[in-house]
Design a protein around this ligand. Sequence first.
Ligand SMILES: Cc1cc2nc3c(=O)[nH]c(=O)nc-3n(C[C@H](O)[C@H](O)[C@H](O)COP(=O)(O)OP(=O)(O)OC[C@H]3O[C@@H](n4cnc5c(N)ncnc54)[C@H](O)[C@@H]3O)c2cc1C
Ligand SMILES: NC(=O)c1ccc[n+]([C@@H]2O[C@H](COP(=O)([O-])OP(=O)(O)OC[C@H]3O[C@@H](n4cnc5c(N)ncnc54)[C@H](O)[C@@H]3O)[C@@H](O)[C@H]2O)c1
Length: 474
Amino acid sequence: MSETIQADICVIGAGSGGLSVAAGASQMGASVVLFEKAEMGGDCLNVGCVPSKALLAAGHAAHGAPQAARYGVDASVQAVDWARLRAHVQGVIAEIAPMDSVARYTGFGVRVVQAEARFTGPRSVEGGGIRVEAKFVVIATGSTPAVPPIPGLDGVAFLTNETVFDLAERPRRLLVLGGGPIGCELAQAHARLGCEVVLVEAKTLLGTEDPEAAEVVRLALRRDGVELHEGAAAVHAGPTGDGVDLVVRGEAGETVLSGSHLLVAVGRRVGFEGLDLARAGIETDERGRLKLDRRLRTSNRRVFAVGDAAGGAQFTHLAGFHAGIVIRNALFRLPAKSDPVLPRVTYTAPELASVGADEAALRARGQAFEVLRWPFSENDRAIAERDVDGFTKLYVSPKGRILGAVVVGTGAGEIVSLYTLAIAKKLKVSDIAGLVVPYPTRAEVAKRAAGSWYVPKLFSARTRRIVRFLMRFA
Ligand SMILES: Cc1cc2nc3c(=O)[nH]c(=O)nc-3n(C[C@H](O)[C@H](O)[C@H](O)COP(=O)(O)OP(=O)(O)OC[C@H]3O[C@@H](n4cnc5c(N)ncnc54)[C@H](O)[C@@H]3O)c2cc1C
Ligand SMILES: NC(=O)c1ccc[n+]([C@@H]2O[C@H](COP(=O)([O-])OP(=O)(O)OC[C@H]3O[C@@H](n4cnc5c(N)ncnc54)[C@H](O)[C@@H]3O)[C@@H](O)[C@H]2O)c1
């Protein structure tokens, strides 16, 4: 070892989670060493959230031009210049990259080591010829694309999120394996950019989401020309002269789907090979996941895990939340626990957003609830924009507490923050119904859905009797 450093916190991985810990801890006065073996910014910046939203923006623009005819504006897409499109996506990454750069973090006082790290003891980590003795270590090593055990797949040059944003040419016919958020977002983006797209999903599209909301996205994907095969298991893959054949087995038997490219988007793998966890006394469960307590501590109480490495939901905003928990525990010795009210959004058009409990969870825990809803087809802004797909739905306790919410429609990802605040602060429907919401905005659907709680009470025979009585003395 050429150098040994004493540090308060050693972070392994400079993705959303690791960077948030390093930025927060260093600016609060802790000495921090940060290891990154690949690109600063991790998946979200380089091959995840950022390029996928940049690609979707291009797809929506291409889709929007012909749609303008509904406003009496005749426009059309002349061409999609794939080289410029790729430059746009890489340009967006480059514009955000300085926020996650070695220079910025060095400026915070963080020692950034661009090397793969591994444990050499309960509090010691090594990489790139540097040994760090730390009071606390944070595992922020993220996840990688899962590769399903499909016979023949290893003989195919398939794409994942790590390669799909760097294609030199537009894929002629893209087969997408997996109908989760990655599969749906990338299927729609490519379809709108003029690719033929076939999506194969073993179960149901966006199967962890509210089925009624997922149906709105399903219809939108179909309208965009995506050929959907749900309940279809891929049983074989093989190369062809100019692409790939995927054999899928569904209710109707076996079908051969041919494409120029295959994108595998069937979930993420969280693994810790190469970290030498045993050297630090860190235990994993039978599925190889870290054993964590609610304070995000591993079985070695001085070692925390954040983000995808923590083994739960996989979102950049959750990784950021985790970072706050670790900072409170490690720097301030506060027993902060990870129990967030966690919104999630799939950024298709229309967007699908949810937060809190869903119907299945409420039924499973025997919670009595009422469903309040409002469609975008009765929202003036949506009507003015001729974009009325979708609705909002609220789950409310008998006493009016908001337990969960779903929004599917344009702007859903923005509206869900209102519900997130309501649930986090244990607000009631009256709090949303009583808000003055600007007109005409899409967020009015939240107020109208909440307001519908009062309709039977407010416009009842009893209220009419009371009003008539009071009016006698007015
Ligand atoms: C296509 C796609 C789109 C997505 N879109 C969204 C979205 O819109 N919104 C959202 O909230 N989430 C989205 N996600 C999920 C989000 O990207 C992840 O949840 C988030 O990046 C997790 O952050 P992380 O810090 O845990 O891990 P990562 O970002 O994966 O970072 C981990 C880092 O650790 C490094 N590393 C690993 N092992 C070592 C080691 N031994 N030594 C040194 N460095 C190491 C890796 O190189 C990597 O840079 C998307 C994901 C994908 C794939
Ligand atoms: N907008 C966002 O916030 C966003 C966007 C993209 C990704 N992400 C995160 O990244 C993670 C990974 O996303 P994802 O879409 O890859 O995973 P996912 O686990 O959410 O969905 C994968 C889908 O693939 C299907 N599948 C699995 N094996 C299959 C097979 N052999 N053949 C056909 N289908 C198969 C599953 O049934 C599932 O529907 C998610 O947990 C998500 O949190 C978030």
